[in-house]
Design a protein around this ligand. Structure first.
Ligand SMILES: [Fe+2]
Length: 326
């Protein structure tokens, strides 16, 4: 079974010192790669016959599944931790850090030293809540297979070279400082609160589920939707490839498009990452009586899933109504 792709919870262009190119590549190729690998492993496992299959084959598949599962989970924690201003925490998490490390500065010093110790190779620097001991710990993980049993990740810093090489080359220290400067501590506070209560990690507050369509659902039933690429002209100009089967309509022409097309099937709109552009586009189409869904995670989630791409042309009926792409 193909695992569900979690939408990138941050706008890469808003991060400081980490480029959109770096984050996009990391999300699509490495996070998406783990998801695709996990789907392939699950398919192979489903065909394994315990009565006749070799034990070492099963062990190999289960080992690789663990690696892919943890890679997905840790990458989700990594991306979700970014998008803040890097200021230190102020709530119960701050108090717990002071209790368990002596001070925030002491925690940060140990965490940065841990991350630096992983530089040049691979692994994760982790801040975990150890539920058995009831305390926070920094954990070294040289790959996806190391995890403290019973602990919940609060912060995961990716120290694989793919996390920084595009922007920083071999300067891992520069990357570590840039990443810590983007930490969203209020979100980490919510994660810590959920961990104390044994609750599932809270979802991002800007992802209401009502009209969202997952990339997996779209790929499973593409004919159920009229697929509309609503990326801004500048974003489309940077990447002409969109989701196969989609037509492009810039946001300012959506009213004309809805009037001209009068779609009989629900419309699924997508933009680059699934944030404000598609939210606004969906609202605009609804004002014209169109039943509309938004693709969760936008084109990036589709690419991470490994969905088919094709050059997306403007709809003929609106081509003459919109400004040419610059
Ligand atoms: Fe990574």
């Amino acid at each position: 079974m193909q695992p569900s792709i979690t939408a990138l919870p941050i706008k890469p262009s808003r991060l400081q010192g980490l480029s959109e190119r770096l984050i996009d590549s990391h999300y699509v190729n490495n996070y998406g790669g783990a998801a695709r690998r996990l789907g392939a492993i699950e398919a192979a496992l489903a065909e394994f016959e315990p009565a006749t299959g070799a034990g070492f084959r099963l062990a190999g598949m289960l080992r690789e599944r663990l690696a892919a599962q943890n890679s997905m989970l840790l990458h989700e924690h990594y991306f979700a931790a970014l998008g803040g201003n890097g200021a230190s925490p102020e709530g119960p998490l701050a108090a717990a850090i002071a209790r368990d490390f002596g001070s925030f500065a002491a925690w940060r010093g140990q965490f940065v030293a841990l991350a630096r110790a992983l530089a040049g190779g691979s692994g994760w620097a982790l801040l975990l809540h150890d539920s058995r001991a009831g305390r926070l710990v920094n954990q070294w993980a040289p790959d996806h297979l190391h995890a403290l049993a019973g602990a919940r990740p609060i912060l995961a810093l990716d120290m694989y070279e793919h996390a920084y090489h595009l922007d920083f080359g071999a300067d891992a220290n520069g990357y570590i400082e840039a990443a810590l400067g983007n930490l969203d501590w209020p979100r980490l506070e919510r994660l810590y609160a959920a961990a104390l209560l044994g609750q599932a990690p809270p979802t991002a507050p800007d992802q209401p589920p009502d009209d969202l369509l997952t990339a997996e659902a779209l790929r499973a039933s593409p004919s159920a939707f009229v697929l509309l690429d609503v990326r801004l002209p500048g974003d489309r100009a940077k990447a002409l490839l969109g989701i196969v089967g989609a037509r492009w309509c810039p946001p300012e022409a959506l009213g004309e498009w809805a009037t001209a097309q009068a779609p009989a099937r629900p419309v699924a709109v997508y933009c680059v990452y699934g944030f404000q552009v598609s939210i606004d586009a969906a609202a605009r189409l609804r004002r014209h009586g169109v039943k509309v869904h938004r693709l969760a995670g936008g084109l990036a989630a589709w690419r991470a899933l490994g969905g088919e791409l094709a050059e997306v042309a403007a709809d003929v009926r609106v081509r003459t109504e919109v400004r040419p792409v610059e």
